[in-house]
Design a binder for this molecule. Structure first.
Ligand SMILES: Cc1cc2nc3c(=O)[nH]c(=O)nc-3n(C[C@H](O)[C@H](O)[C@H](O)COP(=O)(O)OP(=O)(O)OC[C@H]3O[C@@H](n4cnc5c(N)ncnc54)[C@H](O)[C@@H]3O)c2cc1C
Length: 382
């Protein structure tokens, strides 16, 4: 059978796209095959993101904050987010929500298979799994089959370990999320901890680094233990959830349209913001645009807009500054958070700012290193 769409990978991007397609009356009867090697039954990650209004997944938002805080060695600041809200969604809630919704549609098929290749010709694309071949008019891919080569020269890794900890006594203020605490040791490179309390007795505490290589496994756990004891002053707690992740922060180019009739989505489509690792909100914008284009019968491989290119250049410039060690991550983020309004920072980091606002933020950073890296990245065609 030839499907209308195959969605290769039922993670954040694949399921977000499926949900959007099924909500669109002109597309919801299309035949769709969804393939993933995993069952999607594990709470394997927690997504945080910010937005101004209620989004598509508002009903499964696990916690939200209108105030965040930033801490560094020389200053601390409470950030009132203005029109933005910072939100958290648990992976398992998201998987269950979309998979339950999709059960109503007999035109959607799920297969648990391992994808080994995706090829295409002028009229269709074919997904080869370990045991089968599946064909569709269009394949949306979020596996890493077309990812560019990443190495220590062109990429930093954002790697982190998080624990949800529970305490018997109230220890947290659920009104305030700790976005970045840069007071921790920077011996491996840019390192911070975030603490997102979901009640007075429960918080996600995540130890995060932006460095070229990951650490030994035990180092994350000992850094978390140290932070909980010394900074949060908590001695007795239990760990109810654990997660580990590695996200690329790369100068390498992720193709949106690697071959005819194949569209990359999610991290594989370049929707992980290189300078921060945030992906969830950029995936939502991308799948909304895809569904709009499908509805209008437009080409799915639209060239990146001027704004897309501009933000991409900003991201590449920051990665270049960090990779070339011209400035530390702590110095850059501290300058940004010290001197700009939180709402403007979130707009900038969320690719929603105006050019004038971008310039205002850039003026708070040291000119020379950013100019040198910016020019280098303008010339970098890779
Ligand atoms: C622990 C963790 C926490 C994160 N927290 C945040 C956050 O707070 N905010 C944020 O914006 N981003 C966050 N991210 C980054 C990003 O949002 C996630 O990685 C997100 O899941 C990316 O979506 P995706 O669809 O591209 O990839 P995934 O969600 O990883 O989906 C890819 C899917 O493809 C399947 N797959 C891969 N290869 C194959 C194959 N060969 N055959 C069949 N199936 C295959 C996988 O099983 C998976 O289901 C986090 C990432 C991790 C790992």
């Amino acid at each position: 059978m030839k499907y209308d769409f195959i969605i290769a990978g039922a993670g954040c991007a694949g399921l977000s796209l499926l949900y959007k397609i099924l909500q669109e009356p002109t597309l919801q009867k299309k035949s769709i095959l969804m393939i993933d090697k995993d069952t999607k039954k594990n709470n394997d990650r927690t997504w945080c993101f910010w937005e101004k209004n209620a989004g598509s997944f508002e009903s499964i938002v696990h916690a939200k904050w209108n105030t965040l805080e930033f801490l560094s060695t020389d200053f601390e600041k409470k950030l009132a987010l203005g029109s933005y809200t910072y939100k958290m969604i648990q992976g398992i809630d998201f998987y269950n929500f979309v998979l339950n919704y999709a059960k109503k549609f007999t035109n959607v098929t799920f297969l648990q298979e391992n994808i080994v290749a995706i090829t295409s010709d002028a009229f269709s694309a074919t997904v080869k799994t370990t045991d089968n071949l599946h064909t569709a008019k269009t394949v949306f891919n979020s596996t890493n089959l077309f990812n560019p080569k990443m190495n220590e020269e062109n990429s930093l890794l954002q790697h982190f370990k998080g624990w949800v900890i529970k305490t018997a006594q109230p220890k947290f203020n659920p009104e305030i999320g700790r976005l970045m605490d840069f007071r921790v040791s920077q011996e491996h490179g840019a390192t911070f901890v975030y603490v997102l309390p979901t009640s007075t007795t429960e918080a996600l505490v995540e130890y995060t680094l932006f460095t070229p290589t990951i650490l030994e496994k035990e180092m994350y756990a000992s850094a978390l233990k140290k932070y909980i004891k010394e900074e949060l002053k908590i001695k007795d707690y239990s760990i109810s959830h654990e997660e580990f992740g590695v996200i690329p922060m790369s100068l390498a180019k992720f193709e949106k349209n690697p071959k005819k009739n194949i569209i990359n989505i999610g991290t594989s489509g370049g929707f992980t913001k290189a300078s921060s690792g945030y992906t969830f909100q950029f995936i939502q914008k991308d799948v909304t645009e895809i569904v709009e284009n499908l509805k209008l019968g437009k080409n799915l491989n639209l060239a990146p807009s001027y704004k897309d290119k501009l933000y991409n250049w900003y991201d590449r410039t920051l990665i270049d500054v960090l990779l070339s060690k011209k400035l530390t991550g702590r110095a850059v983020f501290s300058r940004i958070f010290k001197k700009n309004s939180p709402e403007k920072i979130l707009a900038f980091l969320g690719n929603e700012s105006t050019l004038l606002e971008d310039i205002a933020i850039m003026k708070t950073l040291p000119l020379k290193p950013f100019l040198v890296s910016g020019i280098k990245q303008l010339q970098n065609k890779n």
